[in-house]
Design a binder for this molecule. Sequence first.
Ligand code: TGC
Ligand code: FAD
Length: 432
Amino acid sequence: MDLLQEQDTGTRHGFRFPPAADGLLPPAGAATTPWCYNQTAMKQVASRIEDYFQIDELLPDDARLIRDTVRRFVDREVIPQIGQWWLRGEFPRHLIPTIAEMGLLGANLPTEYGAAGVSNVAYGLIMQELERGDSGLRSLASVQGALVMYPIYTFGTEEQRRRWLPPLARGEAIGCFGLTEPGAGSDPAAMRTRARRHAGDWELSGTKMWITNGTLAQVAVIWAKDDDGEIRGFLVETDRPGFSAHEITTKASLRASDTAELVLEGVRLPDENALPEAVGLKAALMCLTQARYGIAWGAVGAAMACLEEALAYAQQRVAFGRPIAEKQIIQERLVDMLQELVKAQLLALRLGQLKDAGRARYTHVSLAKRNNVRAALRIAREARQILGAYGITLEYHALRHASNLESVDTYEGTYDIHTLIIGRDITGLDAF
Ligand code: TGC
Ligand code: FAD
């Protein structure tokens, strides 16, 4: 039997519960197998934990509306099938047109070039809901918006904006961002990719590694050192001679995401493909700040999904004659998870408010990314343990989220790198 068959998908998370405990039993006769669903229990669980500190009332109406719309989309189109896509190592590219139509690509960029122009808080909630489905889905949107549309908007010419931003917002073109190399990740200044001048053109040579959307992309934002050793950003159409993308197929994390190695072998580019204001590593780091902001929110979504699943499961699962939710150790674990979730929610919201007010510093973003991703990872691991053996399957979501979050904890600056960024900020001393 295909354990991931789409069945009984009426619940919010498409769970299959183990034999139920008293008080949360499904209607008599509902379960013909040892498995059953209990929609009422799931709804009760969600309403109990998702907004424990009544943060909803701090959100503007439009942001709430946007969140609820994305939530319905993810519940309907993603959650019932994500386990299968993940197992097959497949990014659900058929969802791109809907995601684009909903305005989720580059959503916090101005409407002038086709983006939705929502607030940073609303954008964060979009990332939260996408990652509640899967980190890979949020990654697609993060890269497209924060790492491709943002640099074109911020560092590009008017012509580059007009050419690329509308199709990127509509999902008709997909972008990727090549900064990391096989030998340079945390320290991108050590990159070896070169951009040499050739009779007014540029010639790019080098290898970029771990690039999200790498094989899907029509355009790559590539960072390379020029003849003076200055780092510059370029727009590289992926059908140019000398450019190739090779999917990394051995991932045990973020499997529903396209990750690739990019090889540039003497790729010739006209000068108009250089992003004129993207000169110096700072330009690349500014893009990372935008993506890290979205990740800080996204991690909250993954954590919410895991806690909901663990709590609902604990109420259903009987051991030693009683639901495991009655055991003190389980309650302590659930409370620790909730406490971490609430802190992460508050941090994300305050960061969003600061960003909307133009007062967020990149070190604030580092702190939120560092805290929220690590918190989500711990919550996901705890959830997996509460689920016992069932927790190692893809019918449940905890292990998939935990595994994805291993990547999220590494990319966009590892936990250690954010420690050093914040450490430098508060001590004035560089410990890199
Ligand atoms: P450093 O001296 O720190 O900085 C140079 C200049 O840049 C400024 N700056 C930033 N500005 C905006 N945002 C940031 N995050 C910034 N970080 C630094 C800084 O103030 C300075 O400005 P100025 O005016 O004084 O010149 O540069 P450094 O070479 O010492 O690098 C520092 C370090 C280690 C923090 C940086 O290299 C770093 O962040 N490393 C981590 C690399 C990383 O995060 N890579 C991510 C690759 S992309 C990715 O992972 C996508 S995954 C997407 C997905 O699938 O969702
Ligand atoms: P390294 O830099 O080699 O670090 C190895 C270890 O050493 C880490 O634990 C690190 O914390 C630690 N370390 C490093 N420096 C220090 C120090 N000074 N002090 C103490 N400890 C230190 N990159 C892109 O450019 N574009 C993408 O789209 C992209 N997508 C990605 C998708 C996935 C699924 C993954 C896994 C990665 C992706 N990356 C992408 C790359 C990612 O940004 C890097 O993996 C990350 O920056 C870390 O670099 P590294 O893997 O080379 O690790």
